[in-house]
Write a new protein. Structure first.
Length: 162
C-alpha cells in the first residue's frame, strides 16, 4: 500500500484512492516521445448514461361520446382480416423467425403492441380495411385540412395492406 501525501486536493485524493487498488509504477516519458499524447488529452469525456423516462403516451380509444368505431369493432374486424389477425397473433404470442408473406409487418415488428385487444403501431391504432372508410369519413368531417389528413391516413392504410 502506498502512503498518502499529507496535502492533496480532493481531485488528487480521489485518483489516489482509485489507483491505490492497483500495483503500478509511474515512469515519466517526455511528450516528444509519445505519438498520441495530444490526441489522448483531447478525447471527449464519456457521458454517463442516465435513464430519462420517456413521457407517457396517451391512448384515446373510446374517449369520444359517440366514437365512429369502437375498440371491440376494430378487434372483431382485425380477427376477420387474414393478414392483421396473423400479426395480432404474433404480437401476442411471439414472432416467427421470418414472415415472408407479411414482410412489411415483420420488418417493423418492434413497433407493434396490443391495447384493449386492438393492434397498435407505435401509438396508433391499426384500422382494418373493412373499417377504414368509416374512420376516414369521420376524420374528414371534423378536419379543415382534408388533403393532409387523407395523405396521412392513406399512408397508414398502405402499411396495413402490406
Amino acid at each position: 500500500m502506498k502512503l498518502t501525501p499529507d496535502i492533496l486536493s480532493p481531485r488528487m485524493l480521489r485518483w489516489f484512492q482509485m489507483l491505490n487498488a492497483y500495483d503500478f509504477t509511474i515512469i515519466h516519458r517526455p511528450g516528444k516521445k509519445i505519438q498520441n499524447a495530444d490526441a489522448l488529452s483531447r478525447l471527449p469525456l464519456e457521458t454517463p448514461e442516465t435513464d430519462i423516462p420517456s413521457p407517457p403516451e396517451v391512448l384515446f380509444l373510446e374517449e369520444l361520446h359517440n366514437p365512429p368505431v369502437k375498440a371491440d369493432e376494430i378487434f372483431q374486424a382485425t380477427l376477420r382480416d387474414p393478414v392483421l389477425s396473423r400479426v395480432l397473433n404474433w404480437v401476442l404470442k411471439g414472432w416467427p423467425e421470418s414472415a415472408k408473406e407479411c414482410r412489411i409487418f415483420y420488418l417493423k415488428r418492434h413497433e407493434f403492441s396490443v391495447h384493449k385487444d386492438c393492434l397498435l403501431r407505435r401509438n396508433r391504432v391499426v384500422i382494418p380495411e373493412v373499417l377504414s372508410g368509416r374512420v376516414l369519413d369521420e376524420l374528414h368531417i371534423s378536419h379543415p385540412r382534408i388533403e393532409k389528413n387523407e395523405i396521412t391516413c392513406s399512408l397508414l392504410r398502405l402499411v396495413a395492406k402490406d
